[in-house]
Design a protein around this ligand. Structure first.
Ligand SMILES: [Zn+2]
Length: 239
């Protein structure tokens, strides 16, 4: 099988900026029951298998996971993370993606660099179809945001770096789950990122891109989960 690749997002010099309350007891009860349903109802919705080429910061990788889940939160899907090398092959997943992290995924020791070009991540294709295999270039991402993070203390740099990786990963998952090589004009799905996009406090999909994610490969999965929650609620109320 030969691979093409969907390059992106790429680096750019542009500086675009994207711009609980108390519940009734009955509602709280339903939410708790719904949570119990999820806990008792494996397999998880989307499994992300990870493999690292070199060293990585535990802090950065944890923050990366949190950032991806936060960006994808409007979809209502859960993520489970597994190390590809620890996988037994016996786990059942409804949807899965495999993410390879190239280079060193930690900020310590990075030299501030400028003029970085090219793809921060890419997703593999075969015969015009987008495959659930993405690569992220940890070295390129950390060098790209290096100048922006120079003034930060050690752990804070790893946190900001982890958030940046999570945003690039969300971009690649957008291609996989919408099965498109096209890009949006704004937000996580756009083709070119500035360093500011990667280190800013907030960087999300546009609403139309979130809707495209709901209507793509995840559509059947989201429908199944809604039905599952409804059937549990009906059983519970009949007791
Ligand atoms: Zn792209």
């Amino acid at each position: 099988m030969y691979y093409l690749r969907e390059d992106g997002p790429k680096v750019s010099e542009e500086t675009e900026e994207i711009p609980s309350e108390m519940r009734q007891p009955s509602v709280v009860c339903f939410l708790l029951l719904a949570y119990r349903l999820d806990a008792q109802n494996p397999p998880p919705a989307i499994t992300v298998y990870t493999q690292f080429e070199s060293a990585s910061s535990a802090v950065s990788i944890e923050v990366m996971k949190e950032e991806l889940e936060s960006i994808m939160h409007p979809l209502g899907v859960d993520f489970t993370w597994r190390d590809l090398h620890d996988s037994t092959g016996s786990q059942v997943s409804v949807e899965l993606v495999v993410v390879s992290f190239k280079g060193t995924c930690e900020m310590s020791g990075v030299l501030a660099a400028s003029g970085q070009t090219g793809a921060l991540g890419w997703t593999h294709m075969s015969d015009g179809a987008i495959l659930p295999f993405s690569d992220l270039d940890c070295d390129k991402i950390r060098r790209f945001i290096g100048p922006e993070t120079r003034s930060l203390a050690g752990e804070q740099r790893e946190i900001v770096y982890g958030r940046a990786i999570g945003r690039v990963l969300a971009h690649e998952l957008y291609h996989i789950f919408t099965n498109t090589t096209k890009h949006a004009s704004w937000g996580v799905a756009k083709a070119f990122y500035s360093a500011h996009d990667l280190v800013s406090d907030q960087f999300r999909f546009e609403e139309k891109d979130t809707n495209a994610l709901r209507a793509g490969k995840l559509k059947a999965l989201l429908t199944t989960r809604r039905h599952g929650a409804l059937s549990f609620s009906a059983r519970d109320s009949a007791r």
